[in-house]
Design a protein. Structure first.
Length: 217
């Protein structure tokens, strides 16, 4: 049974949450810098366990050196590892990048696929990364369930689910499809700057009257 059926008032609560987050975070947007779908794919893969600020520092020079999927395949793996080393976990990220590039070259003529099936069929690309790319590079609505989105949606009481795909489904039932990409930005900003993991800034939050965490705390 879904969260929506367990709590018939959740849709009204979701609408209140969305309106207030829009007002609280009018600047909410993706913070990774990119110009093309390929650049966004690379930046998103590099952002795992790394700040967007650091990724942007690395990609400022990386994107000048690697302009096409083939560029990531032509250069030695050790060189790619060195170029992305500051983002952490560089060996695994380099392998993921190479795998994704090989998949694009082999199956899509070197182009980034613009649908969920095509993207998640690439090595190293899961639903979270695919939704980032679809929503921000292709304008296809998608809910990005990262640690911020999971934490905030659970604390507020929009869902009790813990599995990312189930959280994505639960939130998708509560919010209009056209709002999914911006919803992701709003929840991420709220989690990053207000509803922090260790010490949420409840005194600065506009959602306390509809938040399960605040009520229980």
């Amino acid at each position: 049974m879904s969260d929506r059926h367990e709590r018939p008032d959740l849709k009204k609560k979701a609408a209140v949450v969305y309106r207030r987050l829009q007002k609280a975070h009018p600047e909410a947007r993706i913070e990774l810098k990119f110009k093309t779908p390929l650049e966004l794919l690379v930046a998103t893969l590099l952002s795992a366990q790394c700040t967007d600020v650091k990724v942007n520092e690395v990609t400022a020079s990386l994107f000048k050196k690697y302009r096409k999927p083939q560029d990531y395949l032509r250069r030695p793996l050790s060189e790619l590892e060195a170029d992305i080393r500051p983002t952490g976990f560089f060996r695994q990220k380099a392998k993921s990048l190479r795998g994704a590039m090989e998949g694009m070259v082999d199956a899509f003529g070197g182009k980034v696929p613009d649908d969920m099936e095509g993207l998640t069929g690439l090595p190293g690309i899961g639903r979270k990364t695919a939704n980032v790319i679809l929503g921000n590079a292709f304008g296809v609505p998608g809910i990005v369930v990262d640690t911020h989105v999971a934490r905030v949606s659970q604390r507020i009481g929009l869902t009790a689910q813990k599995n990312p795909e189930k959280i994505e489904t639960a939130l998708g039932e509560l919010f209009p499809r056209k709002s999914w990409t911006q919803l992701s930005h709003l929840l991420i900003f709220h989690g990053r700057y207000i509803c922090k993991a260790r010490k949420p800034l409840c005194d600065r939050c506009s959602l306390t009257d509809v938040c399960d965490y605040f009520r229980e705390a």
